[in-house]
Design a protein around this ligand. Structure first.
Ligand code: SF4
Ligand code: SF4
Length: 136
């Protein structure tokens, strides 16, 4: 195998790796970015929000019934989607608000902070990074 062939193979391999792990790679590239929520509400509409028992207890103390906001997804408990979105999401004048902000689940508090291959970074699915990332 000559050098050109080797470089071609490497290039194809890198391309393959990139397409499989595109989201993770983007998230790692965002690891030092400052985050400011633009209140688009995407994370409250499109993502599964995992719930811990402690999250559920906190929300129940506010008067909400478990059956109205908890759903099982495999071995996980998640926020039940109502009409395609989190039942605690309120959108007014184009801005998303969490109506249980004082007791919201740990997963919501942490987003978009995440870990990829054990490295702390920012989840590239968060809309606040879109423009910056695409321009960069
Ligand atoms: S996707 Fe990001 S910017 Fe949009 S509401 Fe969620 S955290 Fe905020
Ligand atoms: S609990 Fe609040 S922050 Fe979490 S998904 Fe629902 S509306 Fe969004």
């Amino acid at each position: 195998m000559n050098l050109v062939q080797l470089l071609c193979y490497l290039f194809v391999l890198l391309l393959f790796f990139y397409f499989i792990y595109k989201r993770q790679i983007k998230s790692l590239l965002l690891r030092n970015k400052k985050f400011a929520c633009i209140r688009c509400g995407l994370c409250c509409e499109s993502f599964y929000v995992e719930l811990r028992e402690s999250d559920i207890r906190r929300i129940e103390k506010k008067g909400y019934k478990r059956k109205d906001f908890v759903e099982r997804k495999g071995k996980f408990l998640i926020i039940k989607q109502v009409n395609g979105r989190c039942p605690f999401l309120k959108v007014e004048k184009g801005y998303a608000t969490c109506t249980i902000h004082d007791v919201w689940p740990k997963a919501c508090e942490c987003f978009p902070l995440t870990k990829v291959w054990g490295i702390k970074c920012m989840d590239s699915k968060c809309k606040s990074f879109d423009k910056k990332f695409l321009k960069g």
